[in-house]
Design a protein around this ligand. Sequence first.
Ligand code: SF4
Length: 341
Amino acid sequence: MKYLSIIRTTVHTKYLFFLRYFKYKISGVNNQDSINFYLSKNESPSLEVSVKVGCGLFCTYCPQSNYIESFKNRYAKDYKVLSKMVFQSAMKNVDTNTLIKWTGFTEPLDSKNFPFFCEYLKNNSYRQSISTTLKGTTKSVRWFVDNIALFSAVTLHLPDSDGLMKCKVDGEYINNLYKVLEVRKNKNLDVFLIGKSFQSDVLKVIENCIRDGILNKKNIIYAKVLNTRNLSIDAESTGLTNIQFRDKISDTKKQKKDSYYCAYRRLNQGVLLPNGRVTLCCQDYKLEYILGDLKNEKLDDLYNKIQTSEIDNNLFLSGDFYPCTKCEHYRTIDNSFTGHL
Ligand code: SF4
């Protein structure tokens, strides 16, 4: 059964890969380098937002300390919490066709300005989605529960039975969870678990909601494979026994010097930091490649930076672009997929 599912996924991803590959070729672009960059980006751009430096949940499988340390080393004097002023000046450089994703390196509801940010985006016609643990400041959690219709997609990352996520589950948490599931009723909502099972009270809510037709079983995602976040975590450091970590392309294979691309399509999905800088992607917890400062530069320009810089362009296509060299999604264009097309 397991092997059948792997074969099915592989065939399906290959199909998607070639569909996009040939669609682009047919459109008249025959330059292989442009095709690589096209496939390294999603159809429409998005921007993840990290509302602060440091997340109180300290999940075992999150390289949070890398993020905190790197930010402090790089930007010792900068804002560590996203302010209204920084957010507004950054958003002036973001087109409204950009999907704003409330996720990034920290829990988005852990900002007291979260309602302000979301209202601002709504009033300026941006689409927004969210991935949340439902933990944060009381005001922001309440506001979120009351305004959930504002988000085009919602992922609830919920606490597990082994305490891998340091999340206190109390009566209020359970009420909020019920309310979100009831209001949303399966509509663009996924429930996500890393671990063996949901925390016992959360599990009861989930079972009741499935019974009452509020939550569909197919919307519950049990993580089977996790990203290493550019080699920041692995099975040993996280203690996760029921989860696999993707393998990086082997160095022997790499010597072939094939043409490379980002199979995770993250070259137009950076992460906004609390000081207005944008880092390469959600794998870059160590902030090793900063695309630029969104307070002063257009997001579109930042997303074209690697492609338009002769040096970075060459490095990227030849498989030597750092920190992608540490990432399992950095693949050769001819035959490598990681399932995100
Ligand atoms: S680090 Fe990985 S996911 Fe991020 S842009 Fe590079 S290859 Fe893509």
